[in-house]
Ligand binder design. Structure first.
Ligand code: ATP
Ligand code: MG
Length: 358
């Protein structure tokens, strides 16, 4: 690696790649835009922090994982051109995507169209499905790892990179492996990760595309991780009124705390996404009922199952309607309709005074 005389922090070249500029800095190294000579091909190069190259265990894992991810060839996955080492720096040269990452897209777009959310989610699903079929789990699905090119094609990047770092004792200053806001409960608890963990993270990304924020946020990573494990999510339709009913159910199923309640495979999720009717909204009453998440969560499982059984018109409120004789139902009714109940009580009182006065 040759150093740039003028910019101390940025190398002039790495291997056969001439560095053109810095694209970003992540927890697992810096990423540069570079030119591959003599092909004149523009690439993106991820350069891993130097302390890793001195670790034999890490070097072994890097070889294994880099080989596995460089075999992935799919329209919705960033292609790995080459991986290697130069002057003690390990790097991965990959396809350069001319566009922006989904995090920036959400920030710039303000309200992402429902049709785009469904389209992007399906493309992410197709990339994930392909990788899962090749036994590669992403482990760090988040908007910054989802790139959108100028033709609105999704390219997932950093496949499996988190695994290279997962069991090393070396830490990169100020970073953790995985991103708390998108981490599945099992990952937050340090348990085994599999394809269903990617489904959870994708559900969080879909939630963020709809509402502009992931469902679990807090001041520090520990607090976010706690929420991932224990806090039920606010249904997205509470935050965004034009959320299609079926899309909400899909997201809530994808981000179930318990893996057994989640989609078993991306294939299943994709099939449900194909059936979303964007014009079918969540009932307003359902939105107002969000404090009774217990019921909504039970009902949405039922609803997803019902759809497969041909009952396409059941609602998320099914469970709530059934509890009309419960105290909770009437407490909620009071909370959301108390001015009406007060007016009715006043009317009743006036009527009683009128009747008994005679
Ligand atoms: N192949 C690529 N083509 C174009 N831009 C890219 C490419 N890969 C990454 N980027 C840009 O560089 C930014 C930084 O990526 P990087 O992977 O280094 O950081 P990150 O995703 O935020 O964190 P992490 O290290 O946890 O993955 C991305 O958000 C994206 O905007
Ligand atoms: Mg990344």
């Amino acid at each position: 690696m040759s150093k740039n005389k003028y910019l101390d922090l940025m190398p002039a070249s790495i291997g056969k790649y001439k560095i053109l500029g810095k694209l970003g800095k992540g927890g697992m190294g810096d990423i540069y835009k570079a030119m591959q000579e003599p092909l004149n091909r523009i690439v993106a190069i991820k350069v891993l922090p130097p302390q890793f190259s001195r670790d034999d265990e890490f070097a072994k894992r890097f070889e294994i994982e880099a080989k596995a991810i460089s075999l992935l060839q799919h329209q919705n996955i960033v292609t790995i051109h080459e991986y290697g080492e130069d002057d003690g720096y390990r790097y991965i040269a990959m396809q350069f995507i001319d566009g922006m990452d989904l995090g920036n897209y959400i920030a710039e777009t303000k309200v992402v169209a429902v049709s785009d959310i469904i389209d992007f989610s399906k493309q992410i699903c197709r990339g994930l499905l392909y990788a899962h079929h090749h036994n590669v789990v992403h482990r760090d699905i988040k908007p910054q790892n989802i790139l959108l090119d100028k033709n609105n094609i999704i390219h997932i990047t950093d496949f499996g990179i988190a695994k290279i770092f997962s069991t090393t004792d070396i830490t990169v200053t100020g970073s953790t492996v995985g991103t708390p806001e998108y981490m599945s409960p099992e990952q937050a608890q340090g348990k085994k990760i599999d394809a269903q963990s990617d489904i959870y993270s994708l559900g969080i990304v879909m939630y963020e595309m709809l509402t502009r924020k992931p469902p679990f946020v807090a001041n520090n990573s520990m607090a976010v991780a706690y929420k991932q494990v224990h806090e039920p999510p606010m249904p997205p339709s509470v935050k965004r009124k034009d959320t299609p009913k079926q899309l909400e159910l899909i997201i809530l199923k994808a981000i179930k705390k318990d893996k057994r309640d989640r989609y078993e495979s991306v294939e299943e999720l994709l099939t449900h996404l194909d059936m979303v009717d964007p014009s079918e909204r969540v009932d307003r009453q359902t939105q107002l009922f969000h404090p009774t998440l217990k019921h909504a969560a039970a009902a949405d499982d039922q609803r997803i199952t019902d759809r497969r059984g041909g009952d396409r018109r059941g609602g998320i409120l099914d469970g709530v309607h059934r509890s009309v004789f419960s105290g909770e139902y009437w407490r909620t009714m009071w909370r959301i309709n108390w001015p009406t109940w007060l007016a009715l009580a006043a009317l009743g009182g006036a009527l009683a005074v009128h009747v008994f006065k005679r």
